[in-house]
Design a protein around this ligand. Structure first.
Ligand code: ATP
Length: 344
């Protein structure tokens, strides 16, 4: 059992606060992705869990044991980082065996584990090759195999696919998901790539400015952003936001249209671009740019002077200057508090 508990972990570098009192519990065998823009603190949080960085305050627990005072090797974790250190002068076999030899494991067990993880990563035919002779994708597999061979309770990964080309990234992403589900480890995976996060995670922790803004499963994060930031960060293009003016209890006027909404002092209206279908009535959108992208048509428009995007069926090709109307389904509309920026 490797539940990971992060309790009020904060980290400052001089006068700069990289993490503000983060609380997060990752369940046994869960695949947790830390997602956020560059500088949001995700690598710092991962390094604190790994023991490569000490928290300024707070505690880290792994498998019911407090570990924040322990060195990395005593935490029962394995790591795969962006610049995975695969030793070029060693064979693939010896690279995978590296950590096991450090533990002075007997040869039969080393062979068993190396063979098993190499098969899992589909590199069993490469075991005798020197790692310097491998492609980037193959080296990446060796790095993951070496981590899995340790049979760790926890695997920590920091942008492990970022050095690969787009196609290989897609392939490895699907493979990693399968392999890690099978290996029954608890995984924490850092990325700034939202598609990768959505594809891999049981839960995503969306980070911003050293805080976790929302931790939930990918569908929840996408459909029900807990904060405006989440809606504006996830989705390509992201959510549309429009100003709303109160028009009676629970009634709001948005771009001249009436909507039912929350009972609140102030609210902002939000809708995802793919939840918009043009009709005869609704929000008036003046088309500015039309991008026929193949599977769909992306339009950039202006609604009451505010930027607005819609993803339309590819058969629809409006022209710049056209006026479209959108009446979004009520269950797709979200509302945010303009003061706290959180969901209403
Ligand atoms: P990236 O995707 O670019 O790696 P990140 O979200 O992983 O970003 P971190 O590496 O955790 O970000 O860094 C968070 C913040 O802390 C950044 O502003 C960074 O400049 C700062 N920081 C990180 N390490 C140090 C350090 N050793 N000294 C001073 N500041 C640091």
């Amino acid at each position: 059992m490797a539940v990971i508990e992060i309790k009020q972990v904060a980290k400052t570098f001089g006068s700069f606060t990289a993490l503000h009192s983060v609380d997060l519990t990752i369940a046994d065998q869960e695949f947790m992705v830390l997602l956020g823009a560059s500088g949001c603190g995700k690598t710092t949080l991962l390094r604190i869990i790994a023991g490569l960085e000490t928290p300024t305050t707070g505690e880290v627990w792994i498998g019911g044991r407090r570990v924040d005072h322990l060195p990395p090797r005593e935490r029962g974790i394995a790591m795969v980082f962006q610049n995975y250190a695969v030793f070029p002068h060693l064979t693939v076999f010896e690279n995978i065996a590296f950590g096991l030899r450090m533990k002075k494991m007997d040869q039969a067990e080393v062979t068993r584990r190396v063979t098993r993880t190499a098969e899992l990563m589909h590199i069993e035919q490469l075991l005798k090759r020197y790692s310097g002779e491998l492609s980037g994708g193959q080296r990446q597999r060796v790095a993951v195999a070496r981590a899995l061979a340790m049979e760790p309770d926890v695997i920590l990964m920091d942008e492990p696919l970022s050095n690969l080309d787009a196609l290989l990234r897609l392939e490895m992403r699907a493979e990693l998901k399968g392999v890690l589900a099978e290996s029954k480890t608890t995984t924490i995976y850092v990325t700034h790539d939202q598609v990768e996060a959505m594809s891999l995670a049981d839960r995503i922790s969306v980070m911003n400015g050293g805080r976790i803004v929302q931790a939930a499963n990918p569908v929840e994060v996408y459909r029900n952003p807990a904060a405006r930031f989440v809606g504006s960060f996830i989705g390509n293009p992201p959510m549309n936001f429009l100003a709303a003016t109160p028009a009676g209890p629970g009634k709001w006027q948005v771009a001249g249209q009436m909507f039912d909404g929350p009972v609140a002092a102030a609210a902002e209206f939000a809708i995802r671009p793919e939840d918009l279908h043009p009709g005869d009535t609704g929000l008036p959108a003046e088309v500015r740019v039309v991008e026929p992208l193949g599977p769909h048509t992306l339009i950039t428009a202006s609604v009451a002077g505010q930027p607005f995007r819609a993803i339309l069926d590819s058969t629809l090709l409006p022209a710049p200057g056209d006026l479209l109307h959108f009446a979004p389904a009520p269950d797709r509309i979200r509302w945010f508090d303009p003061a706290t920026q959180t969901a209403l």
